[in-house]
Design a protein. Sequence first.
Length: 286
Amino acid sequence: MDDHAPRIAAHRSAFRALHEKGCFVIPNPWDVGSARYLRHLGFKALATTSSGYAFSRGLPDGTAAVSLEDALAHFTELARECDLPLNADFQSGYADAPEGVAANVRRCVATGVSGLSIEDSIRADGRSLYDLGLARERVRAAREAIDASGTGVMLTARAECFLVGHPDPLAESIRRLQAYAEEGADVLYAPGPTRREDIQAIVSAVAPRPVNVLVSSNVGLTVADLAALGARRISVGSGLAAMAWTGFITAARTIAEEGRFTGFEGKFPSSDLNAFFAKDARERLG
């Protein structure tokens, strides 16, 4: 890690600066190849996707399937190979108790990431929320672990109310995000809302803290629209990985079920991909 320390420190500083003003997109690669292509397109930072990575390993999303050790190895590889600030989708912190979250956050920070997110859905089922008191303690523990590291890694706190089916997801998301801001979260994130008024309400309620907005499908909003609503950061979650799987499944099913190869129409030329990765390798290796 020492050989990479100056680069990692620069990435962390750049990542923090991105959150100070404006709006940026932080897309979610699932492996080194997708990360390098996103860098080629000019994105300034990347974020992991737990589901995208899990699917690439033939596993369902969730801490029951993807171990802490596997997740940390994935973060380490991307942080070293993508040459951009990287935010880790650290799910629920791989622990219930605050002290467990703190211990795992310390290990996550050591992978070289520039940021990490902690969810408030209970890791055993992913369908319910931690009691707010415990959820606050978990965010506070993550905050203290990061501060003790002296690394400047940014902490994103997530309110999963929309995803778990809470009866009043907007109000509860705001209540929780405000609490997490009080516990020291740098960025607030409630995945799920797609209506302009809901996004605006969240941004206004936690201002001036930066807000991450998830757009993993075509919801009719552009980057400019979200910037006008006050979003500071836009992630796409599993969206890009799902699109890759969509192309693969469509073409494979057409062959298997119809004996036709029409699913290959519009295919990005393999020669172009090969040329890109060859050029990328030459630039990295000198």
